[in-house]
Design a protein around this ligand. Structure first.
Ligand SMILES: Cc1cc2nc3c(=O)[nH]c(=O)nc-3n(C[C@H](O)[C@H](O)[C@H](O)COP(=O)(O)OP(=O)(O)OC[C@H]3O[C@@H](n4cnc5c(N)ncnc54)[C@H](O)[C@@H]3O)c2cc1C
Length: 445
């Protein structure tokens, strides 16, 4: 590892920082190094379920949207592996998650600016540089700028927080854990994509033959991801730029309203699930059909053999009790800054929920010199919108960061995605009696 002062130290090597590393690979003037805990690159290995697919176009890869001739593109991965024509003939609406992980791993293996087995323990600022303590490294690393790319953390609902991990665990780990669920009453909590995939896996007997399967979801139904064209416009630079100009309460309102644009079940998965449920009684006449319980909020779980789950039906407002030997949580993820940044927390400008506020260049507001930046990816859902935690705009965001870091327009980042006109024309004016932009008019849905 380098003893020189870095221009950029990246903490975490998931797809988002990998994309920045891939763009910087050709920028010899920038001395950057990216660090990760893991022994080698992997992408959510615990959720590589058989048949699981990417919810995003493979053209939205690490580099193509801003640098289509870059050698780290998905198309070059296909060509180098002799799969380009086979890929075209496969005529797939979406590639498998396994292939996407393989593509990312291929890029990671080609880059010289990554270090694995390198957990960052703490980051301090010495008045001029960030100083990173890295496990296994005697002398700390110094860098002028940081990029935080430490990803998301599994969310455990409060009702489940005290349950033993062998009885209740998050889906993110399931393929590593490979639990034997034969003969058990299994309850899946959470009605998004992961919940649907786990239910399919349970019905297919990936983890043995459960005695019974229950699926509890707070959502009023098992709802589809909206992948239609105008909704996809939320995942464009033009929309993100318009979104950033809104005040915070309106941004939060829109993120709630747009939930199904980023957090629903793929229509293909829903069809497969429904068909499997329909055929289940014929395929398994000796077992009860899965019990589907949408619109239920989990209130409490009491540990025991079996565990007792108390949930409330939002439709008729009655409480229900169900039993489970195992609970699989598909309850999503939380965004939070990594513990290694704790020494800097006092210097960061956090919002009322304790979240950082990335600016238009994905740089956090902080109490430090203006020419020292703490960039953060996947931390700005409420500042940049729902695209922030998705792969769709990853390379655009990387290009914005690289341009800002180098002070140079090295990659095109114009506000592409203006098919609907998000902003009023410059000649538009406030009509007397109507609220101005600061008056927070209500959004009608
Ligand atoms: C199962 C699953 C499927 C998904 N599928 C899609 C999809 O199809 N389309 C889409 O748009 N989005 C998808 N997403 C959402 C999103 O694209 C992914 O979560 C993506 O991996 C986020 O990338 P990231 O780089 O922010 O974080 P991560 O991939 O979580 O990587 C963070 C990295 O930081 C490292 N790290 C953490 N702390 C430290 C430290 N202190 N020191 C060093 N390293 C550290 C971790 O080891 C990890 O490797 C999916 C998410 C999941 C969970």
């Amino acid at each position: 590892m380098t003893d020189q002062t870095l221009d950029l130290a990246g903490i975490g090597i998931g797809p988002f920082n990998l994309s920045i590393a891939a763009l910087l690979d050709s920028q010899r003037s920038v001395n950057a190094l990216f660090l990760d805990n893991k022994p080698a690159f992997s992408w959510h290995p615990g959720m590589q379920l058989p048949g699981s697919r990417l919810q995003t176009s493979c053209l939205k890869d690490l580099v193509t949207g801003v640098d289509p001739c870059n050698p780290h593109s998905f198309l070059n991965y296909l060509v180098q592996h002799g799969r380009f024509y086979d890929f075209l003939s496969a005529n797939m609406p979406a590639i498998s998650r396994a292939e996407y992980a393989d593509y990312l791993g291929w890029v990671a293996a080609r880059l010289g600016n990554l270090r694995f087995d390198s957990p960052v323990e703490s980051v301090q600022f010495n008045g001029n540089h960030f100083v990173l303590q890295v496990t296994g490294r005697r002398t700390p690393l110094q860098s002028r700028n940081l990029c935080i790319g430490t990803g998301i953390h599994p969310h455990v609902p409060p009702a489940c927080s005290n349950l033993p991990p062998e009885k209740c665990f998050h889906s993110i780990d399931i393929m590593r854990r490979q639990p034997n669920l034969s003969g058990e009453r299994v309850t899946v909590i959470g009605g998004g994509q992961s919940g649907a995939e786990i239910l399919l896996g349970l019905m297919d007997g990936i983890w043995g033959e459960p005695k019974s399967i229950t699926w509890i979801s707070r959502r009023p139904n098992f709802e589809p991801l909206d992948e239609t064209p105008f909704t996809n416009q939320y995942f464009t630079p033009g929309y993100v730029r318009a979104f950033q100009t809104l005040d915070e309460s309106r941004r939060r309102e829109l993120v709630r309203y747009q939930k199904l644009a980023s957090d629903g079940i793929s229509p293909d998965t829903l069809n497969a699930l429904y068909q499997r449920l329909y055929e289940y009684p014929l395929a398994h006449p000796d077992r009860p059909a899965p019990d589907l319980l949408p619109g239920r909020s989990l209130y409490a779980v009491s540990d025991g053999a079996p565990m007792q789950l108390l949930s409330r039906n939002q439709l008729d407002e009655r409480f229900e009790e169900t039993r489970a030997d195992r609970i699989i949580l598909c309850t999503g993820f939380e965004h939070r800054l990594p513990e290694c940044l704790e020494p800097l927390t006092d210097k960061l400008d956090l919002d009322h929920t304790g979240q950082p506020r990335p600016d238009t260049h994905f740089s956090l507001h902080w109490d430090g010199p203006e020419d020292r930046h703490i960039y953060a990816v996947n931390q700005g859902r409420y500042s940049h919108g729902i695209a922030e935690s998705q792969l769709s705009l990853m390379c655009w965001r990387s290009a914005v960061i690289v341009n800002h870091l180098t002070g140079d327009e090295r990659y095109p980042v114009k506000a592409d995605g203006q098919l609907p006109r998000w902003f009023s024309q410059s000649s538009a004016r406030t009509v007397a009696g109507y609220p101005t932009t600061t008056g927070h008019p209500q959004i009608h849905y």
